[in-house]
Design a protein around this ligand. Sequence first.
Ligand code: 5GP
Length: 294
Amino acid sequence: MPIPPKLTPEQRAAALESAKQARRTRSDIKEQVKTGQLKVLQVIELASTNEAIAKMRVSELLESIPGVGKVRVTTILNRLGISDTRRIQGLGVLQLQKLKREFAPQTGAIRPGKLFVLSGPGGVGKSTITKALADYPEFWVSISATTRSPRSGERDGVDYFYISEEEFSRRITGNEFLEWAEFAGNKYGTPANQVLEKLKAGFNVILEIEIDGARQVRKSSPEAQLIFIAPPSWEELVKRLEGRGTDSDERRAERLALAQEEMAAQSEFDYVVVNDQLDRVIAQLLSLAGNKAP
Ligand code: 5GP
């Protein structure tokens, strides 16, 4: 290791001052990214002529982007093959290219994501499939608003946004839903804003909704891919519905009648995927989205 040169007190003070300046510059830049005044691409550009900015860690820069947290940054860096301690000045040509592509302005440069609707009869296992898809960073699963009360273990903002009837009506009037429907006495709706934002940012968006909502999406977004999740057989669906247990005879009959109606709608969908084995279903959905199977 080379021995560091011995500094005079003046030189030491000057070095400390310059390091302090550099930290201040980096923190100003991050603040400007946070408030949306500067974009990632602009910071990378500035780094080519400013040493203090060039020394900023890529992870720090990305974490300053509004709405992007540590987990998302780790996912992006892993995908681009950039270590989380890498500084902007240490990026290789290819890494730099990939980073620029990732944050290129959304006009054309980022391919918008695809919209997928997953629908099917109650009891067919839609939510298990959706939960598995949520583990893939290319997918974003929409969180619906509902007037029903949370079931045990469900969390507001994670499973649903639980809102009042009044708030739901206000959002209908304000045109805030991409689609909405009434199901078993409760209202459910897909907040349009988030879906559109995520699509623009290149995510494949999944809506797990009932059939009437799927029909509305077909009308308003004809490019959406409608996927019907079907049971391996009618008998299997009946078994899964009855396995839910505690229903009265009347409620059971209602569920079966509804399931029959739902099954009849499958011809309206672009694809029918039989839920016989989770891995196979996920592989099929990934291939529909243009991703490779795991
Ligand atoms: P649960 O109350 O069991 O969570 O959901 C009941 C039904 O509502 C399920 O079929 C589910 O797919 C559907 N659903 C959930 N969110 C929405 C939504 O935003 N819009 C529509 N149309 N249906 C939804």
